[in-house]
Design a protein around this ligand. Structure first.
Ligand code: HEC
Ligand code: HEC
Ligand code: HEC
Ligand code: HEC
Length: 318
């Protein structure tokens, strides 16, 4: 039996301003923290479209009225955490009055500078947990006086064991949740009958042994293990860039961990393209149209801000 979000909420408080049917034990619409005599109102908004995928039978309400209701709570500073796409988040901030700080929570990466929309400061810090966002607030000017990202090396900042355990329990639960979806998918997904034009790198080694050996020394060959270490080996948010030919990237390779386990890692065909035809006719031209955009679908400004096609190519060339 799978645990539901409701059951999980018994273990730690979940903050969500737009779930229907509240009060639900363990789920709170908002919290007010008193900090230096100031009331700091904190809430979170989740995308109603997520309901279909992951909210386990809980109904999600329209964000705007829910947020407006919560903002009636007396406060000196209003902070909202948004589980919305970039465009939906911006749309919401443009129409809601009285928000001070909005945190983009579900997108990867950080922002070089915070941005102000309709009086509200939009910020983002979602960087594999490598940084903490820091913001000093001037209550009179209703603006930050300083914003920065603080690097958090594991050695300098020890994990809070209680929080670490909660996160770890959640990760284990979430992984199980995705495995369960995977089982059902295998039974019902009609796409699974469409043949896959990718062969997998095992087949390349027989004719290109040196190149294959060289590839095996790069992190591309071990990218799936990185997900396993993080308990994310079934997570649809992470897989597309740690596998070969992901459908999420409009390619026809990797479908899911149980359907295409031969396409884990960034294999040859991620850069060279599907090879089934090449295997049939090896002497025809194949797969050398590689340019920066072959890499930047994964090495984005968020995941790899320092990426340089010329320099990084040298590190994986063969
Ligand atoms: C499908 C996604 C994807 C594509 C496309 C991709 N990479 Fe990567 N790359 C990754 C991931 C993920 C890692 C880190 C793997 C890990 O450590 O788990 C990585 C790591 C690297 C590294 C570090 C390698 C090392 O051994 O230290 C370099 C350099 C690199 N990529 C260059 C490139 C270049 C150049 C291209 C394009 C020709 C490219 N990548 C295309 C996902 C991708
Ligand atoms: C948009 C593509 C993309 C997505 C999505 C993505 N990654 Fe990566 N990941 C990369 C690239 C590119 C690198 C290599 C960056 C570098 O040069 O170090 C990387 C490196 C890593 C590494 C090894 C380096 C490190 O930072 O410790 C881990 C672990 C990792 N990713 C885990 C994850 C997890 C967990 C998720 C899902 C929450 C995820 N990735 C989602 C592209 C992606
Ligand atoms: C990160 C991207 C990437 C990956 C992964 C990758 N290659 Fe390449 N490969 C390249 C690039 C870039 C070139 C040079 C293209 C050019 O010359 O225009 C190349 C060239 C080649 C060539 C032609 C070499 C020559 O001397 O003419 C072969 C063959 C080849 N790769 C096979 C493989 C095999 C087999 C694998 C997997 C074991 C692999 N590649 C993995 C990017 C990649
Ligand atoms: C049956 C042997 C064989 C297998 C298996 C094989 N190749 Fe090749 N490949 C060749 C031959 C032969 C050539 C052309 C001569 C050369 O450059 O070595 C070639 C050339 C290439 C080239 C350069 C094409 C060009 O236009 O110059 C790439 C890229 C390549 N192979 C990638 C792959 C990848 C990726 C795989 C695995 C999915 C693979 N090959 C599997 C035999 C093979």
């Amino acid at each position: 039996m799978m645990t539901t979000l409701k059951e999980n909420a018994q273990k730690s408080t979940i903050l969500c301003g737009n779930l229907d049917g509240q009060p639900i034990p363990g789920i709170e619409t908002h919290k007010v923290f008193i900090i230096n005599d100031k009331k700091v109102l904190v809430t979170a908004i989740v995308d109603p479209d997520l309901e279909k995928k992951a909210i386990h039978g809980l109904q999600v309400k329209e964000p705007l009225p829910a947020l407006e209701q919560i903002l009636k709570t007396p406060h000196d500073l209003a902070v909202v955490i948004l589980h919305l796409s970039d465009s939906k988040a911006r749309k919401l901030i443009r129409i809601v009055e009285g928000l001070d700080i909005a945190i983009l929570a579900s997108q990867r990466g950080t922002m070089k500078e915070s941005e102000r929309i309709n009086g509200c400061w939009l910020v983002k810090n979602n960087n594999h947990g490598k940084t903490i966002g820091y913001l000093d607030w001037d209550f009179t000017a209703k603006a930050p006086t300083a914003t920065k990202l603080i690097n958090i090396g594991k050695d300098e900042y020890k994990a809070d064991q209680q929080v670490a355990n909660l996160v770890s329990d959640h990760e284990i639960w979430l992984r199980q949740h995705y495995i369960e979806i995977e089982k059902n998918r295998k039974k019902t997904d009609t796409d699974l009958r469409v043949p896959i034009p990718y062969a997998g790198s095992q087949t390349c080694g027989t004719c290109h042994p040196q190149i294959t050996a060289s590839w095996q020394t790069t992190r591309h060959a071990w990218a799936y293990a990185s997900l396993q270490k993080k308990c994310k080996d079934y997570c649809p948010d992470c897989l597309p860039c740690h596998v070969t030919g992901s459908q999420e990237h409009d390619k026809q390779g990797f479908r899911s961990p149980t359907v295409t386990p031969n396409l884990f890692n960034i294999q040859c065909e991620e850069c060279h393209g599907p090879a089934k035809e090449h295997l049939k006719k090896p002497n025809l031209p194949y797969g050398l149209k590689i340019n920066a955009s072959s890499c930047t679908i994964c090495h984005t400004t968020n995941t790899d801000p320092e990426f340089s096609f010329e320099e990084d190519l040298k590190l994986v060339a063969h």
